[in-house]
Design a protein around this ligand. Structure first.
Ligand code: FAD
Ligand code: NAI
Length: 506
């Protein structure tokens, strides 16, 4: 990796289009340099939210982003909106609907003949959802008076106490900023020597745009992208094999949750091979061959029509001009920041995927808000202990706080309470009784230390756990709160009751 970071990911389009906002100029600076209090580089969830919050707080704010969609228009929203959170959830919903229509509707008396999947229509819908979100952010910029510059932003130097930022695009601009917030995100990590071509070897952008259902889909990496994208294409009929280097499945999740997830995904026909070492990926024959060593040390070979490589992401700082101003990166290429997102340069901050911490949109957003508020002299704060994780497989998986294995290794005495959706009336009515809610609480104080959900709408249910932990709630607090009936959230209350071994409905 160069000092500037990895090469540009295939999912990032070159700059195009024109600046959406006229440069503003005031003060005793050259009239052709637009002056701002805050310039944000990158309009992903970190950058665009930081820009909006800074503008709300009264700063003259600009945001620069280079992502371009068909027709040369800007595509605001970064990885999350264009080739991440939003399109993946659109495809997960479409494929889930198809799976339900095929397997679950009959028991409701809904009889469907000639069920078929039109992949082109599904992809067009996904693109429409993405475009709606792109346009939504442009609207928010206008509403909040954030000046937008379409192109690549780079540090050009410093003039007095102001950073000089160049915008390189069809409408080049020069900006000067008192404060800079870098939110340039991340790019997919490639296997050494195996370039993404997005025909056979796919990154996240390719995985979200496969034009027809592959008969045999290989996935390298059983992380979040691999499981979500593997689920999409499995539901549509692909034979999916996931090859994972680690010997344990979903090691970051609570072990009981990971075990249930592995069981359910296997039931859906997703083959998950753990403990593999990839030896070679062969392309060029209209297929992809993968040679690997399995967990037992045996040499294996598999052939796929397409191969998704989802082995993590790397920080993206290419073209930012970091070296021009001596911006420090850490050994892994992330921009080095302190706990408050300060870089080594005065008044320059960095947030989101390009800095340490989980690569999640809501973490990026919260860091953006916190930095803008700190600039305004407020006490911006992000609590890394209460950042929720969600994996949008079926069943959904969500958690916040520590897992049982972490509490054990931290030597914390805890009590655990679980409640299965099989005993929840709403889950039965939904026809989805897979999974459970589990609450871990401190044995001495009863303070909630972790909430783990696998099952229907885990992505929504986890908010109660986050709220409880943010407010330092005990499991008894959750157990004493009135939960509407019949709802899935009653399973959370019952899990809280289970911590004290007094469930009412089990
Ligand atoms: P990004 O979203 O990567 O945005 C960075 C922006 O900066 C881009 O628009 C880029 O073009 C621009 N940029 C970079 N350099 C420059 C420059 N020099 N000048 C101008 N512009 C520049 N997270 C979740 O929380 N939930 C999910 O469900 C979820 N699903 C995901 C699904 C997939 C398939 C993937 C790949 C990721 C997913 N993520 C999800 C992760 C999420 O997308 C990232 O954590 C999030 O996008 C990070 O936001 P960011 O603002 O830091 O960076
Ligand atoms: P990941 O870090 O979640 O998973 C990568 C997996 O690949 C790991 O299990 C790792 O052990 C494995 N791996 C690494 N090298 C390997 C190799 N050589 N051979 C085989 N396996 C190997 O990364 P992923 O899935 O690419 O996603 C990137 C990030 O995007 C995630 O960490 C997450 O932060 C974010 N994301 C979040 C989502 C969500 O919140 N629902 C959805 C998708 C992505």
């Amino acid at each position: 990796m160069s000092a500037e970071g990895p090469p540009r990911g295939a999912n990032r389009a070159p700059s195009g289009g024109s600046a959406a906002a006229k440069p503003q100029a005031w003060g005793d600076h050259p009239a052709d340099v637009a002056q701002f209090d805050v310039v944000v580089i990158g309009a992903g969830p970190g950058g665009y939210v930081a820009a909006i919050r800074a503008a709300q707080l009264g700063f003259a704010t600009a945001c620069i982003d280079e992502w371009t969609r068909d027709g040369g228009k800007p595509a605001l929203g970064g990885t999350c909106t264009n080739v991440g959170c939003i399109p993946s959830k659109a495809l997960l919903q479409s494929s889930e609907n198809y799976a339900l229509a095929g397997h679950a509707f009959a028991e409701h008396g809904i009889e469907i003949g000639g069920l078929a999947m039109n992949v082109a229509t599904m992809l067009a819908r996904k693109n429409k959802v993405v475009a709606q979100n792109n346009d939504g952010i442009a609207y928010l910029f206008r509403k909040n008076k954030v000046a937008f510059f379409h192109g690549r932003g780079a540090f050009a130097g410093k003039d007095g106490d102001r950073w000089s930022i160049s915008v390189d695009g069809p409408a080049p601009a020069s900006l000067a900023a008192r404060h800079v917030i870098i939110a340039t995100g991340s790019a997919p990590r490639a296997l050494p020597g195996v370039a993404f071509d997005n025909v056979r070897v796919l990154d996240n952008a390719g995985a979200l745009a496969i034009p027809d259902v592959p008969k045999r889909l290989g996935v390298i990496g059983a992380g979040v992208v691999g499981l979500e994208m593997g689920s999409v294409w499995r539901r549509l009929g692909a034979d999916v094999t996931i090859l994972e280097a680690l010997p344990v499945f979903l090691g970051a999740a609570d072990e009981a949750v990971a075990k249930e997830a592995q069981k359910q995904l296997a039931k859906q026909g997703i083959a998950i091979r753990l403990g593999v070492t990839i030896a070679a990926v062969r392309t060029g024959t209209g297929e992809v061959g993968v040679d690997y060593t399995d967990a037992a040390g045996k040499t294996q070979s598999a052939t796929f029509d397409r191969l998704i490589v989802s082995i993590g992401r790397v920080p993206f700082t290419s073209g930012l001009g970091a070296a021009n101003v001596g911006l420090a990166l850490d050994a892994r290429g992330f921009i080095a920041v302190d706990a408050e997102c300060r870089t080594n340069l005065a008044n320059v901050f960095a947030i989101g995927d390009v800095v340490r911490g989980p690569m999640l949109a809501h973490k990026a957003e919260d860091e953006g808000v916190a930095v803008a508020e700190r600039l305004a002299g407020q006490q911006g704060h992000v609590d890394f202990n209460t950042i929720p994780w969600v994996i949008y497989t079926s069943p959904e998986i969500a958690w916040v706080g520590r897992t049982e294995q972490q509490l054990r290794s931290d030597g914390v005495a805890y009590r655990s309470g679980s409640f299965p959706f099989a005993a929840n009336g709403r889950a039965r009515a939904l026809g989805d009784t897979t999974g459970f809610v589990k609450i871990l609480a401190d044995a001495a104080t009863d303070r909630v230390l972790g909430v783990h959900v696998i099952g229907p709408w885990a992505s929504e249910l986890i908010a109660e756990g986050v709220m409880a932990m943010e407010f330092g709630a005990s499991s008894e607090d959750i157990a004493r709160i009135c939960h509407a009936h019949p709802t899935l959230s009653e399973a959370t209350r019952e899990a809280a009751l289970a911590v004290d071994k007094r469930t009412l409905n089990l």
